[in-house]
Design a protein around this ligand. Structure first.
Ligand code: NQM
Length: 365
């Protein structure tokens, strides 16, 4: 016997996941997590008995509900379902899956569509961060068709613009959780930063790398992975995240000078696989670090004619192209503050139906 649960599969930005209404899932987290492991087919490197795509970027879940919070339309809980371990974690947010939440909430009737476009205010339940997603709704219906292109996704689709207001320190309590723009961890100079995603910036040259290696080359460098993981564990404690051995944060971003006219070049361990692009909130944290005086990116990033305050578009180079973030910074005697971070994503509903969960999930067998 299997239990059918309503479920949609959506691509959100450069990731893909299962989207559920909270009301359709078990309310008990342990039971819910067993159901999600079965839905994705974890733990199994191929996820052959579930819908997961055998990579962290395609083993994700969004749980959506109408919000009780003032000035928010929907709450979105992001869960990372491990591919190879029986683990479901809410320890990180995900800005890519967030791109699908606006269209999903409208399609499921949680938010009424307006003529032309609909602004959906989304609260990420993992950390309380609020974003406004503008979804194209001609004739008051979601369209996925359009001219917007994002690197890492073939073709063009309807634009979804996402505006984050104040997200500094949403995961670690402060933009600079160690209190410093630069620290030495594991013998390496690093910048620990949280503007929406906890990220450790490291200079490629300090690791004996160019910073332009392919994800496969970096993933197959066992000595590098061991060294980065040691720094990550240390950084986790320093960033108020505790023991991060089993967590997917902080992300480790190796930086180098831009090669293609962007602001900075990146390769990001998320944290064990290397991203083929870069995460949304990861890119926002990197863009912030690249503008921060005294960070390890200072002197490497190309800040253009940026004068230390105001608006600046940051093209973050990654293995499959660029990720563009519009930043607005305020800097005065009181310090460095990020007022706004905005970006473009696309998303697409791929499947809407029911997912089948084996009976053994409910008994815990
Ligand atoms: O940083 C990958 C992704 C992500 C997360 C990761 C993300 C973000 O590309 O907001 O989107 O770093 O785990 O989906």
């Amino acid at each position: 016997m299997q239990t059918a649960i309503a479920c949609s599969i959506m691509r959100g930005g450069t990731s893909k996941g299962l989207y559920f209404l909270a009301s359709d899932l078990p309310s008990e987290p342990a039971v819910r997590d067993r159901a999600l492991l079965a839905a994705l087919g974890s733990p199994d490197l191929r996820q052959i008995d579930g819908m997961g795509g055998a990579h962290p970027l395609t083993s994700k879940v969004a749980i959506v509900s109408v919000s009780d919070h003032a000035d928010v339309d929907v709450d979105y809980l992001f869960l990372q379902v491990s591919v190879d371990r029986p683990d479901v974690s809410d320890s990180q947010p995900c800005g890519n899956l967030l791109a699908g939440v606006g269209p999903y909430a409208i399609e499921k009737g949680l938010v009424a569509a307006s003529e032309g476009f609909t602004d959906v205010r989304i609260r990420t339940a993992n950390n309380g961060a609020v974003a406004v997603a503008r979804v194209q709704t001609p004739d008051k219906r979601v369209t996925y068709v359009g001219d917007a292109q994002i690197d890492g996704v073939p073709g063009s689709h309807a634009p979804i613009t996402i505006d984050y207001l104040d997200i500094a320190g949403t995961n670690c309590g402060a933009l600079l959780p160690t209190g410093n723009a630069r620290d030495v961890l594991g013998g390496l100079q690093v910048t620990c930063i949280d503007n929406g995603m906890p990220v450790v910036l490291l200079r490629a040259a300090d690791l004996g790398l160019t910073g332009y290696e392919t994800p496969i080359d970096l993933e197959s460098d066992g000595a590098l992975r061991t060294r980065l993981e040691a720094v990550r564990i240390e950084a986790g404690r320093a960033m108020n995240l505790g023991d991060v051995a089993g967590k997917t944060v902080p992300k480790m971003t190796i930086i180098a000078a831009p090669r293609h006219g962007g602001a900075i070049s990146t390769r990001t361990f998320i944290p064990h696989r290397v991203h083929e692009a870069i995460g949304v909130l990861g890119a926002i944290s990197v863009a912030t670090g690249a503008l921060l005086p005294g960070s390890v990116a200072d002197g490497i990033a190309d800040q253009g004619d940026y004068s230390g305050s105001g608006a600046r578009t940051m093209d973050i180079e990654h293995p499959s192209g660029f990720f563009t973030v519009d930043m607005e910074i305020e800097q005065d005697a009181n310090g460095f503050r990020v007022k706004r971070s905005a970006l473009l994503r696309t998303a697409r509903m791929l499947m809407d139906g029911r997912i089948f969960i084996p009976a053994s999930v409910w008994s815990g067998a």
